[in-house]
Design a binder for this molecule. Structure first.
Ligand SMILES: C[S@@+](CC[C@H](N)C(=O)[O-])C[C@H]1O[C@@H](n2cnc3c(N)ncnc32)[C@H](O)[C@@H]1O
Length: 334
């Protein structure tokens, strides 16, 4: 069974190796995409470096926007002919990170939508833009342009949930965006009166996000916090090393947040300690992988006989939209 996996530009080799780690057979790859076979969608939903998954895609090779629109309209109308569509259905047109390709993709999408709204107007009115978050495959129409003359088209797909977040002008740093995105992917976030420990909190973007949701924050960092976090009534700033900090609160900490610039393996050991001591319920941890090979880290995190899987009710690793040479680990500890 063929599957197109999309990723950030430059991460194709890593994504291919990650998919092969789960048993997929690599067939081809290009800028921002990898084509694999014999890959279970449930396993694809575990991928850290994948952003979108197109199931059994067909390849369209043609030269102009008009010819793409014609082919895609024909494929769509052929596909829906035997179906009875009465509910809204998703569609998404995407392209690898290239400004001109993105423009071309937007033009194809616009003309295709106009065309199907004329040809099959009842079904066309039910179209909703977007790719639903996995792990269930969504039925719809999904197009990914990999080059000016090549697109993959699928009727089943899902997204790994990464998305661009809106900046809040009061947030002390742009790191705020990463945590906001992590909460979206995880589909959980701190609630009013939750207790959050933020390791490596300076200048305060992550603490700001938690405070905004009504939580109380213990910010651990030798560096300074910026306003409005610094003098917020629900923040306590501890100027100390995150590796020696221990929570003294009587109850379990609701959220452990960790955004330290330190060796990722040492951060994983720290997280292992927190989880096995049952010090926190939920966690979001950013690992700065830089030029290091992230596959051994992923193996460690997802090893069924390791520490994390048996001690976690949920464990997600993602390269987020706002992550650069980083990955984010989110989970619920038992
Ligand atoms: C990427 S910044 C954190 C940004 C922060 N999450 C935000 O949203 O503004 C990393 C921080 O980790 C802190 N840090 C690095 N190693 C640390 C350690 N061992 N203990 C405490 N803080 C540490 C640094 O001082 C730095 O402020």
């Amino acid at each position: 069974m063929g599957m197109l996996l999309t990723c950030k530009l430059g991460f194709e080799d890593i994504l291919a190796r990650e998919a092969m780690m789960y048993g997929a057979d690599l067939k081809a790859q290009g800028k921002g995409w990898v084509f694999v076979e014999h890959f279970d969608p449930a396993q694809a939903a575990e991928l850290c470096f994948g952003s979108g998954i197109l199931q059994e895609p067909l390849c369209v090779n043609t030269t102009s926007v008009n010819l793409f629109v014609e082919s895609l309209t024909e494929m769509f109308t052929d596909h829906i002919r035997p179906l009875r569509i009465s509910a809204s259905w998703p569609y998404r047109f995407s392209a690898c990170e290239n400004e001109q390709l993105t423009h071309r993709c937007a033009a194809i999408q616009r003309h295709w939508l106009d065309k199907i709204r004329k040809k099959v107007s009842r079904v066309g009115k039910l179209a909703r833009e977007g790719l639903p978050q996995g792990p269930e495959l969504a039925q719809g129409f999904f197009v990914h342009l990999t080059d000016f003359d090549k697109a993959f088209v699928a009727f089943e797909a899902f997204s790994q949930g990464q998305k661009r977040m809106a900046m809040d002008a009061k947030a002390p740093s742009r790191s705020f965006l990463k945590l906001e995105e992590a909460f979206c992917v995880f589909a959980r976030e701190p609630r009013t009166n939750d207790v959050v420990v933020d390791l490596g909190a300076s200048p305060g973007g992550w603490s700001y996000s938690a405070l905004r949701k009504g939580a109380s924050v213990i910010a651990v960092d030798n560096g300074p916090l910026k306003e409005p976090v610094k003098s917020h009534p629900r923040i306590r700033h501890l100027k100390m090393d995150a590796f020696t900090y221990q929570p003294y609160e009587a109850k379990k900490i609701d959220w452990l947040l960790c955004d330290l610039i330190e060796n990722p393996f040492e951060i994983l050991d720290l997280l292992r300690f927190w989880i096995t001591q049952r010090w926190c319920h939920y966690f979001v941890v950013n690992l700065k992988v830089g030029r290091m090979d992230p596959i051994p880290l992923l193996r460690d995190i997802h090893d069924p006989k390791g520490t994390f899987a048996p001690h976690c009710a949920q464990l997600i690793t993602r390269q987020l939209y706002h992550d650069r040479e980083e990955i984010t680990v989110m989970g619920e500890a038992l």
